[in-house]
Design a protein. Structure first.
Length: 354
């Protein structure tokens, strides 16, 4: 059975409301009266046939039989609307969308509307009723939480707000939250694909300056990770990782002496949004890595000389002495790495990263 779209559902509900307004003269505060008026004029809508009770005047409106007649009418129409969902009701995103139907029904009958909705759900979907009602309840909790925290959200960055939204969504719906808000996730994936293309273009470009590359990279990543639960910290980390891995950036840094190179890396990190204390800590890590690389490259040169002079057991003895000299307590780790064919100081040097 074809899925009932939100637009069609709204038209069907509006048609029900129109009938109620015409027959019972009810005042539906807050409802879209423009939609009702359009429906009154539109004779071509292909909507389910309605069993319309006899008109009741204002004096009869409070009569119990009239109330029962209205309830029966609403129940039949709710059932007719629910049947349009068919097997699609198994989808959690469809289930939570019934909040809108429930609200419209309660708008018609604030006293009995919610109970009418529950009864109709249990009649049409007896095997899924508990799941549907729980999904609706959870969405109510989510919407109420949004209202309660609206003021706090107004002071949050998009990143912080999005992070809080996803925490709450996961709390209420678990992994089903990904399905409910799948369109949001799909848009996020599209932005990620666009970023991959941007990174590839920036990495290959020999015309764009490194400063401009950093700006474009930050701009692209912010568009994606402003909507990510990992937020701004991940954004800065990605900017640093991707930017410092670009060939033109490494060529620039490699051509500088150590002091100027470190100054340049610090400037880049400042533009990436890292705080002064973090930059200082990263600088200390860079200095330690530089010392390790200087020591490691010296070791590799000495190792090559030993390989030319010695062989066999004598070479192994000389190697052991050389490793102890350069790496001390890490000598055994270096030995095991080399036995496996891995030479850490033959890797490409990436300034600011390794």
């Amino acid at each position: 059975m074809a899925s009932l779209t939100n637009k069609r559902m709204r038209l069907m509900i509006a048609a029900v409301l129109t009938t109620v307004v015409v027959i019972y003269g009810l005042s539906l505060d807050g409802y879209d009266h423009a939609t009702i008026n359009k429906l009154k004029e539109n004779k071509s809508l292909n909507l389910p046939a309605m069993i319309i009770p006899e008109r009741n005047n204002s004096e009869q409106h409070k009569d119990p039989s009239t109330v029962n007649q209205l309830n029966d009418f609403l129940h039949k129409e709710i059932v007719a609307i629910l049947r349009q969902y068919g097997s699609d009701i198994e989808n959690i995103s469809v289930q939570v969308s019934l909040v809108e139907l429930r609200d419209y029904i309660v708008n018609i009958d604030p006293v009995r509307g919610y109970q009418l909705f529950i009864e109709a759900v249990r009649e049409v979907f007896p095997d899924h009723a508990d799941d549907i009602l729980q999904a609706v309840k959870s969405m109510d909790q989510y919407n109420r939480w949004l209202l309660e925290n609206a003021r706090d959200f107004s002071f949050m960055s998009d990143v912080d707000k999005d992070q809080q939204l996803w925490i709450k969504r996961k709390e209420l719906f678990g992994e089903a939250a990904n399905q409910i808000w799948s369109s949001e996730i799909a848009a996020y994936e599209n932005r990620k694909n666009a970023i991959r293309e941007t990174i590839a273009e920036l990495s290959q470009s020999a015309i764009i300056s490194n400063d401009e590359k950093l700006y474009q990279l930050q701009d692209s990543l912010e568009q994606v990770y402003a909507y990510s639960i990992d937020g701004f910290i991940l954004n800065k980390s990605l900017v640093s990782k991707v930017f410092l891995s670009m060939e033109t950036v490494q060529q620039e840094l490699a051509a500088m002496d150590a002091d100027l190179r470190q100054q340049r890396i610090d400037e880049y990190r400042q533009r990436m949004g890292f705080s002064a204390p973090v930059i200082e800590r990263l600088r200390g890590r860079d200095i330690d890595r530089n010392q390790r690389w200087d020591n490691g490259l010296t070791y590799m040169d000495a190792r090559s000389e030993l390989e030319q002079k010695y062989s066999g057991e004598q070479l192994e003895q000389q190697m052991a002495v050389l490793r102890d000299k350069h790496f001390k307590h890490e000598a055994r780790t270096i030995e095991l790495e080399e036995e496996s064919g891995f030479y850490r100081y033959r890797r490409p040097r990436v300034h600011g990263r390794n």
